[in-house]
Design a protein around this ligand. Structure first.
Ligand SMILES: Cc1cc2nc3c(=O)[nH]c(=O)nc-3n(C[C@H](O)[C@H](O)[C@H](O)COP(=O)(O)OP(=O)(O)OC[C@H]3O[C@@H](n4cnc5c(N)ncnc54)[C@H](O)[C@@H]3O)c2cc1C
Length: 465
């Protein structure tokens, strides 16, 4: 999250303050690096880890086919469980396997156009997709916080951005090609194999390997970005009006500060105005410093946060959307995000913040709050109605069991559906109750992968198999 140059100075100042006056406290409160698993297993298989380090496995084989023919052959003979992997940015065990880890890194790029729809190879990273679409004056309508994901990986978990009128990324998928574990190649869209299409738009990589996608695009417009800090109460009071007003709007509630950082993007014809250097790390360092020094005394921590952060100057930047909507997230974390019915989102948020402030003084990461338009993919958390997402983060060195014990019960009480790629413990019948087409998805899955070769233990638990 960026605040402003001044914010960074303040953050830096706080860091210095911590080093000079409270260095001892800061050092003793900072946790050690989590222990790494061994780099090989007993059979000599190399370690695979996800981005945050919370998932790991020792795949017996790693494949990166260069085309569909090679992929089709590999699918028939590969050691199960076969798990497609993108950038490994999911926090859940979706891609973990001691069988075959299958990457489409060698199958990337925009390979054609049907009018304004791009045909994109599924291994394309979002960071490469933006410039490739921009060459033709086109863009994805919306993007997530970062652009490191592969296209298929992002679609696989219903990756989303924010905006009351903007759907998650799979909302722009109008067709796709799938290679199943039996080596069958299926082209599907609303007209051809429509049931498979509705199941495959968000599939958790459980139906087969998606090799290419037809993507609806939009004109590559410049966006004007504003970032400002205000009281959490004001952000809560204004949020609905801002979602109604802005193309993209989100805010970050900062626990133990009484503050929130707001971010809006709107289309503009104004000339580009450069964005300053990314200050996410400095801002988080400041919040960590406050936690380390004053975590024992919430009123003091709040007062210090107000003095340091509430006067941060707003930031403005103007550029093409694909350059502004995704940012770097250099500080590693673990995360839980649920998508709640829009009308209870802010009530649930207030409860989450109050719960953290009552029970978990060690938490310092801001809580991200977004809005997503509905769609009709069977396993889309946004299926049927607009949803409001709330994401709670925990620094990668910090304990995160509280996400399950304190935060998830709140989300579930409000009817939340979990982000498929982020930490949660919802399974089987509980998911069936949240997704009207759950059983239809499982039926299509069993037809496409009759021997269950795509299923790792995590997916078996999720599907109740
Ligand atoms: C720093 C950070 C920021 C994030 N920001 C956001 C955000 O703003 N919004 C949001 O919604 N999420 C966000 N996420 C979550 C992330 O977008 C998802 O977890 C996404 O699925 C990760 O993409 P990936 O390429 O790393 O896929 P992986 O995590 O590697 O895989 C995800 C799923 O896709 C499947 N898959 C991969 N390739 C294929 C294929 N070719 N065919 C079929 N299935 C396939 C996998 O089997 C798996 O089930 C963030 C995560 C991190 C770490």
């Amino acid at each position: 999250m960026k605040v402003s140059r001044r914010g960074a100075l303040l953050a830096g100042g706080l860091g210095l303050g911590a080093a000079a006056g409270g260095g001892y406290l800061a050092a003793t409160h900072d946790k050690p690096e989590p222990v790494s698993p061994p780099s090989t297993d007993a059979q000599g298989h190399l370690l695979w880890r996800n981005w945050s380090g919370v998932q790991h496995a020792y795949p017996a084989a790693r494949l990166a086919p260069k085309d569909e023919a090679e992929l089709g052959l590999a699918m028939k003979t590969a050691v199960a469980p076969i798990r497609p992997v993108g950038a490994g940015h999911s926090f859940t065990g979706l891609a973990s396997t001691n069988g075959t880890l299958l990457s489409l890194d060698a199958m990337s790029g925009v390979i054609g156009w049907e009018g304004d729809a791009a045909i994109v190879r599924a291994g394309t990273r979002l960071g490469a997709l933006g410039p490739a679409l921009a060459e033709r004056g086109r863009a994805m309508a919306n993007l997530p916080d970062i652009n490191k994901q592969s296209l298929a990986g992002a679609l696989g978990t219903a990756t989303h951005g924010t905006g009351a009128t903007l759907q998650a990324m799979h909302g722009d998928v109008t067709g796709l090609r799938l290679v199943t574990s039996e080596g069958r190649v299926i082209d599907c869209d609303a007209g051809r194999e429509p049931e498979i299409f509705q199941a495959a738009r968000v599939s958790l990589g459980a139906l087969g390997v998606i090799t290419q996608v037809r993507l609806r695009t939009t004109a590559n417009r410049r966006l004007e970005r504003h970032v400002w800090v205000e009281s959490f109460e004001d952000s809560l009071a204004q949020a609905e009006a801002r979602w109604a007003k802005h193309r993209n709007f989100e805010f970050y509630a900062v626990p133990f500060t009484g503050l929130a950082a707001n971010i809006s993007h709107d289309e503009t014809d104004k000339p580009a105005l450069a964005r300053g250097p990314d200050q996410d790390s400095a801002f988080l360092d400041a919040l960590k410093g406050l936690r380390n020094l004053l975590g024992f005394a919430t009123p003091l921590r709040k007062a210090a946060a107000h003095a340091l952060l509430s006067s941060a100057e707003p930031e403005t930047a103007i550029d093409e959307g694909w350059k502004l909507l995704s940012t770097e997230r250099p500080v590693r974390f673990n995360e839980m995000e649920f998508h709640l019915p829009a009308d209870v989102q802010l009530k649930a948020l207030a409860e989450v913040v109050a719960t953290i402030e009552k029970h978990r003084p060690d938490v310092f990461f801001p809580i991200e709050v977004r809005r997503i338009a509905p769609d009709d993919a069977w396993l889309s958390p946004f299926q049927g109605e607009p949803r409001g997402s709330i994401a709670v983060h925990s620094h990668y060195k910090d304990e995160f069991a509280f996400l399950y014990t304190l935060i998830e019960p709140i989300f579930r009480r409000y009817g939340g559906r979990p982000h498929w790629g982020k930490l949660h413990s919802v399974q089987g019948d509980q998911l069936a109750a949240l997704y009207p087409r759950w059983k239809d998805f499982l039926k299509v899955r069993a037809e496409l992968d009759p021997r269950g070769r795509m299923l790792n233990p995590y997916l078996k638990g999720l599907f109740g198999v």
